[in-house]
Design a protein around this ligand. Structure first.
Ligand SMILES: *Cc1c(COP(=O)(O)O)cnc(C)c1O
Length: 248
């Protein structure tokens, strides 16, 4: 992992390198070229990095904190604006922010949140691609629901017509060896396969794999990899820098 943030002029070359590594991993795993989508994760990076990645052809970005994403959305303002994927845990009272501007939400973990999103999306007259986050690592610090609770959540989202549940997301065990990482990804794929059988819905998205483990995730069937530091370098801002209201 890079020890410092990249200069913005290195973002384009870094992106090309990661895209090439994704193609290699697709090839090595017998996956079709282009079957894996790269979601660049720009959390804690200022908008200059997003603009540099947009010049390199990226159009959708992942952020784990919704207020930080909203601030960047507003800061970028004029055209062309990117699309936003919120990939971190969301409190129900912040559903309104996601409903306002996000294209995708990858961390659905409760019926209450699904219903709050539905209500807010109704008000905004928008719809949202949604992934259910599954805790495959068993770590208590990780958000996401247990695999056993997936069928109930899938069933309760069925009537919520503003949400398009497209699949599942997970974060592998922190610092796990390759075998443990692979087990997490294989579990998510199994969750998806049985949800497809039970609900008779396509659920084609599997969001798994980050900077350190995306090749393994692709081998286990990832359709989206969420890559931050391998593209942008190490994150420059403290996460709580974004909690302060504008102007102090
Ligand atoms: C930060 C983050 C990533 C990217 O992590 P890197 O190791 O920097 O690639 C991926 N997924 C989620 C949910 C994140 O919060």
């Amino acid at each position: 992992m890079d020890p410092a943030p990249q200069h913005t002029e290195n973002v384009g070359p870094s992106l090309l390198r990661i895209v090439a590594q994704i193609r290699q991993a697709e090839d090595a795993s017998g996956r079709l070229p282009g079957s894996v989508r790269l979601l660049p994760v720009t959390k804690r990076f200022p908008v200059e990095y997003i603009q540099a990645a947009m010049r390199a052809g990226m159009t959708r970005f992942g952020e784990n904190l919704v207020q930080e994403a909203l601030r960047k959305f507003e800061e970028l303002g004029a055209q062309p604006t990117p699309e936003w994927a919120i990939i971190g845990h969301l409190q129900t009272n912040k559903a309104k922010y996601v409903a306002r501007f996000a294209s995708e939400f990858q961390a659905l973990d409760s019926v209450g949140l699904a219903e709050a999103l539905q209500r807010r999306l109704d008000i905004e007259d928008r719809s949202l691609d949604v992934l259910i986050q599954v805790n495959t690592s068993g770590e208590t610090t990780k958000t996401g629901i247990a695999a056993a609770d997936v069928p109930a959540l899938v069933a309760s989202t069925a009537p919520l017509d503003r949400l398009r549940v497209r699949g599942f997301m997970t974060i592998a065990t922190n610092g796990g060896d390759d075998r443990e990482t692979r087990r997490c990804f294989a579990e998510l794929r199994a969750v998806r396969d049985s949800a497809v059988q039970q609900a008779g819905l396509p659920f084609d998205e599997l969001s798994m794999g980050m900077s350190g483990d995306f090749a393994t995730a692709i081998d286990e069937g990832a359709t989206v990899v969420r890559v931050g530091s391998a593209i942008f370098g190490s994150r420059p801002l403290a996460s709580d820098a974004w909690h302060e209201p504008r102007g102090g």
